[in-house]
Ligand binder design. Structure first.
Ligand SMILES: *Cc1c(COP(=O)(O)O)cnc(C)c1O
Length: 389
């Protein structure tokens, strides 16, 4: 493959999302040493900007080398020692993944489940805490990318802290696309990824730990199971000591630095509102052609729209045609939704009117050709009505 021939796409799946040229340009700045004072300034600024985006004063806030799953693993392995009790809330693929990671770290895991597309109530979690606890850590996913469901965190946090447990939250898909308030919601450990609403290429995992989480880490008896993800060592590099642990991915950090600057230039509130607006536009368009969202209508994510593929449609063939003929990438259903759903992402730079009207036009065109719809134009018209009102 000649890399010069790679065609740009409209990235409207579950990530990566479209990347601003400013971020790609930042990645091409000179590679310098990981202890070069210039690079250390970059890291300090990344930490400051991550604190703003996570809405936290947590000092232990940094970007882990690796994708969002490395962030998940970092939070789990640093909080969990062998035989520690952990409660994991599962309503999709990523809750399931957290359970797997926790078991591999030696946790005694108790799982509670909700049907896909639904969210947990504080009462359900409180019952599990009371009947099956005590737990050291409770893990939950804020934005379940496999189903499009948005889990309210604040009420869960209250019952978790009443029980004395630490709260671990996955904000890979939500961060910078909807409200995430680490300090306000009293989240103890939180991780994200770069390629979703931060609109940066994949490769880093922002994480943050509260003072209570840091205390638990400092009081560990066993060494952290992963050498690479051990924050007791990684934090010595991110602190004034600048102790070598592993070589930071220099140019990836440039990318995150620029992506965070873009997020803060727009402003968090404005960015959340933009995601919400384009979700409404897309949803109106899809509803106009009978394509329904799968998540609970009261708890739908703006940036990830999991919808049922219409009866009689080969969902994989539609996705392939969108990619081949329209240069638009949308996602397939995962797990229980495999072969039945599309996942349409509106993340970061991909949350624009142009993206919404482009994907609706392409979908209508293909569905008319397949005989599912009689005419094109309805979906786009419904979306435009949202934008003009
Ligand atoms: C994408 C995602 C992950 C995993 O991130 P990777 O970057 O693919 O490793 C974890 N949790 C959620 C909710 C996600 O959407």
């Amino acid at each position: 493959m000649n890399l010069k021939e790679i065609k740009p796409r409209l990235l409207m799946g579950p990530g990566p999302s479209d990347v601003d040229p400013r971020v790609l340009e930042a990645m091409s700045r000179p590679t310098i040493g990981h202890l070069d004072p210039q690079f250390l300034s970059v890291l300090n600024e990344i930490r400051d900007m991550l604190q703003q985006v996570f809405q936290t004063n947590n000092r232990l806030t940094l970007a882990v080398s690796g994708s969002g799953s490395a962030g998940m693993e970092t939070c789990v392995v640093n909080l969990i020692e062998p035989a520690d009790e952990m409660l994991v809330c599962i309503n999709g693929v990523f809750g399931q993944r957290m359970k797997d990671v926790a078991e591999r770290a030696g946790a005694e895991v108790t799982a509670i489940e909700r049907p896909w597309g639904e969210v947990f109530t504080a009462d359900e979690v409180a019952v599990a805490l009371q009947e099956q606890g005590p737990f050291k850590v409770v893990g939950i996913v804020h934005a379940e990318t496999s189903t499009g469901a948005a889990q309210p965190i604040a009420p869960i946090s209250e019952v978790v802290h009443q029980s004395g447990a630490l709260l671990l939250v996955d904000t890979v898909t939500s961060l910078a696309g909807m409200e995430v308030d680490v300090d306000g919601w009293q989240i103890d450990a939180c991780y994200s990824g770069t390629q979703k609403c931060l609109s940066c290429p994949p490769g880093l995992a922002p994480v943050t730990f509260s003072p209570a989480a840091v205390k638990a880490i400092d009081e560990r008896k066993a060494k952290v199971q992963s050498w690479y993800l051990d924050v007791t060592m990684v934090r010595a590099y991110w602190s004034a000591e600048r102790l070598y642990h592993h070589t930071a991915p220099i140019n990836m950090n440039y990318a995150l630095h620029e992506a965070l600057r873009i997020v803060l230039e727009e402003g968090l509130e404005a960015r959340w509102q933009r995601h919400a607006l384009h979700h409404r536009g897309l949803k109106a368009g899809l509803e106009a052609i009978g394509v329904r969202h799968l998540a609970d209508p009261n708890h739908q994510l703006p940036m990830l729209n999991a919808v049922a593929a219409p009866e009689g449609v080969d969902e994989a063939e539609v996705r392939k045609r969108l990619l081949d003929e329209f240069n638009i990438e949308i996602g397939a259903g995962l797990g229980q939704f495999k072969g039945k759903a599309w996942r349409i992402g509106l993340m970061g730079e991909s949350a624009t009117e142009r993206h919404v009207t482009s994907v609706l036009t392409a979908l209508e065109t293909v569905l008319v050709e397949r005989g599912i719809l009689r005419e094109t134009g309805r979906a786009v018209a419904a979306a435009r009505e949202v934008y003009s009102s």
